[in-house]
Design a protein around this ligand. Structure first.
Ligand SMILES: [Zn+2]
Ligand SMILES: [Zn+2]
Length: 367
């Protein structure tokens, strides 16, 4: 008997989640139904939960889905190259395929379907409603982008395609990192550690990671994952350490992935080498950056690029790396949560649960 209903976590307002039983829709020739195996929890889940990101409620959160194709229309199977029983990683953004961004190859910033149209961003009122992965089953729109993933990898590791994809895009694809480059990563959270893994895989010469005193454990994991040096910015003079490590040159690439604090953005200008590249990917709640000395950008000819989201190319790099088994990814996985513990999962990632430190965590809706 195919499932008729699904349990799903529905967000009705800031900090308001409830578990509901929702009907599973019929799918047509061009769409599919996903049996969600795992959904990664990330910083934007916290922002969505607290209401910092403007969305239309009620909706089902969860934008990092990994799952098995439960049902699929013939045309979707043909277009996507997958079939019932295949395991897929699902990209968050659902592009329109026709707007200028899509046509010019920047589909990941497509706004052609009205605002940011993607999983966990579309309200329940938009048929068929199941647009989020905090659920046992999820709808897959005809414009969904999926990537096949080998089925013998544990779901809580395979679902890391999302942070790792971000690592590849932010620390490798955008700054064009390769052998000979010194890469400095500001912030040792899941995105920072993913950047370490990606920069290491790309053959970076030296990798340096900064963090706070309370990040000691994460900095130790950074070393296991390929960082050559770690700096505690509260205990050490970070500018001086970076200068020492790079023989006074500075880092070729600086990746800023710290959450909320604007200071590292201003500091990045001091850490980067002349002619170097800075990638800004950590959001700061739309605060300004004090002490941002723009003259440094001029005299050092620094390139600064923003990064929002991940592209197919970087998702593919991430999935191949996961499948290779070459990186001890389990060292950064800290928590599995059941569907009914979604709120606990978000609060744990946010650091709102004393004594619980999360790096990578996920929901496993089927247990
Ligand atoms: Zn995410
Ligand atoms: Zn578009």
């Amino acid at each position: 008997m195919p499932p008729q209903t699904t349990r799903a976590v529905v967000q009705t307002g800031p900090r308001q989640l409830e578990l509901r039983e929702l009907p599973i829709p019929d799918i047509d020739d061009e769409s599919a139904l996903l049996r969600v195996e795992a959904c990664g929890i990330c910083g934007s889940d916290v922002e969505q939960y607290t209401g910092t990101i403007p969305v239309r409620w009620p909706l089902i959160p969860g934008h990092e889905p990994l799952g098995i194709i439960e049902r699929i229309g013939d045309r979707a199977a043909q277009r996507w190259g997958v079939n019932v029983g295949d395991r897929v990683a699902v990209e968050v953004l659902i592009p329109c395929g026709h707007c200028r961004a899509c046509i010019e190859g920047s589909y990941h910033v497509c706004r052609g379907r009205g605002g940011m149209f993607g999983y966990a961003y579309v309200p329940l009122s938009h048929p068929p409603g199941l647009w989020g992965a905090y659920a046992e089953y999820m709808y897959l729109d005809p414009f969904t982008i999926v990537h096949k993933v080998r089925k013998d990898i544990p779901a809580n590791i395979a679902v890391m395609f999302n942070p790792l994809g971000a690592g590849f895009r932010w620390a490798v694809e955008i700054p064009d990192t390769g052998p000979g480059d010194t890469v400095l990563i500001l912030g040792p959270g899941q995105r920072g550690l993913a950047s370490v893994i990606a920069a290491h895989a790309a053959g970076a010469d030296q990798i340096i990671v900064t963090g706070l005193t309370r990040d000691a454990k994460k900095l130790a994991i950074a070393k296991q994952l390929g960082a050559d040096h770690v700096i505690d910015v509260e205990q050490e003079d970070a500018r001086q350490r970076v200068a020492e490590i790079t023989n006074g040159r500075g880092a070729d690439v600086v990746v800023e992935v710290s959450a909320y604090a604007p200071e590292p953005v201003a500091e990045a200008l001091h850490y980067v080498a002349t002619g170097g590249r800075i990638v800004l990917a950590g959001v700061k709640g739309f605060k300004g950056v004090p002490d941002f000395v723009s003259d440094l950008v001029v005299v050092k000819e620094i390139s600064i690029k923003g990064a929002f989201g991940v592209t197919s190319r970087s998702y593919r790099s991430a999935i191949r790396l996961i499948e290779s088994g070459r990186v001890p990814l389990a060292t950064m996985h800290t928590h599995n949560f059941a569907l009914e513990d979604a709120e606990l999962a978000i609060q744990t990632l946010a650091g709102e649960r004393p004594g619980e430190a999360s790096i990578h965590s996920c929901l496993l809706p089927h247990g």
